[in-house]
Design a protein around this ligand. Structure first.
Ligand SMILES: C[S@@+](CC[C@H](N)C(=O)[O-])C[C@H]1O[C@@H](n2cnc3c(N)ncnc32)[C@H](O)[C@@H]1O
Length: 262
């Protein structure tokens, strides 16, 4: 990477501290093969979740407190605009979210020349129950996969997806095409051994994503890197990685995780 003042570097890995829009403005255009973005879902606004059978208020951090619908949409528009610029033509972006955020992200994507390739349902087999018993139990997150350019070509490692070993995913049957619903459990205990991030993604999810649409040596960006699950997966799979986060404590956790990748 040729932008100045990384917070941390190691071989093929760069972490930046700051607002992702400001940091991305320093990055030349058409640089990345893939982006994984796990932006705030803006849930820490008085809503409740269930932990060990008890209702607890959702407080993930200041960064997860949203504004009005319009403010939140403008936020998504601003980072997606920079992602569009720094992605190579034919490069792909993944955006994760729940219904609280994912439709706004999809609306913002539509402002640019992106082609949506798939929407993936990440099914969580052991999701928390719904305490109010007035709604269906939320047990999935959505992932949009989109390509920069309507007419460009993207990478899809079809055979690997079809014939790979997908561990505990009971939906994926051997030697059949990979479908758009993936059953993946939350992060394993050992993935949290260096500390906790409130919304850490499972390594299995990021490994599958990276394997599906990049090759060894590809350059990957995560503008909301958190504990750098994307970076850990990228490093394990021989890809190059740039991560950005606004919270130093999460970059400290990222460094710990990245330094222990074998
Ligand atoms: C949903 S979490 C990402 C979790 C990550 N995928 C992981 O596996 O650990 C979102 C992250 O974005 C960071 N963040 C929020 N607003 C940001 C901004 N404007 N620029 C950069 N990072 C931001 C938060 O500090 C948080 O760590």
């Amino acid at each position: 990477m040729n932008i100045s003042n990384p917070f941390y570097t190691c071989k093929n890995c760069w972490l930046y501290l700051g607002d992702c829009v400001e940091v991305m403005k320093e990055i030349p255009s058409n640089k990345f093969d893939m982006i994984f973005a796990d932006p705030p879902y803006f849930l820490s606004n008085g809503s409740f979740t269930c932990q060990n059978g008890i209702a607890v208020s959702v407080v993930k951090g200041k960064w997860d407190i949203g504004g009005s619908q319009l403010d939140n949409y403008r936020f998504h528009l601003s980072w997606i605009s920079e992602c569009y610029r720094v992605l190579k033509p034919g490069g792909t972006i993944w955006i994760s979210g729940t219904y609280h955020s994912i439709y706004q992200c999809a609306m913002a994507l539509a402002e640019f020349d992106f082609k949506v390739l798939n929407d993936i349902i990440w099914f969580k087999p052991n999701a928390s129950p719904n305490l109010s018993c007035r709604f269906f139990t939320a047990s999935h997150e959505s992932l949009i996969w989109a390509r920069k350019g309507q007419k460009t070509k993207h990478i899809f490692n079809y055979d690997l997806m079809k014939n790979g070993d997908w561990g505990s995913d009971f939906i994926k049957k051997p030697n059949t095409q990979m479908r758009s619903v993936w059953a993946i459990n939350p992060p394993k205990k050992e993935e949290k051994q260096f500390g906790k991030h409130p919304t850490q993604k499972p390594l299995e999810l990021l490994q599958r994503i990276i394997m599906s649409c990049t090759n060894e040596g590809s350059l990957i960006l995560d503008p909301f890197t958190g504990s750098s699950t994307t970076g850990v997966a990228a490093k394990k799979l021989g890809r190059k990685f740039v991560g950005i986060d606004i919270m130093q404590e999460y970059l400290d956790l990222s460094i710990n995780r990245l330094e222990h990748v074998i």
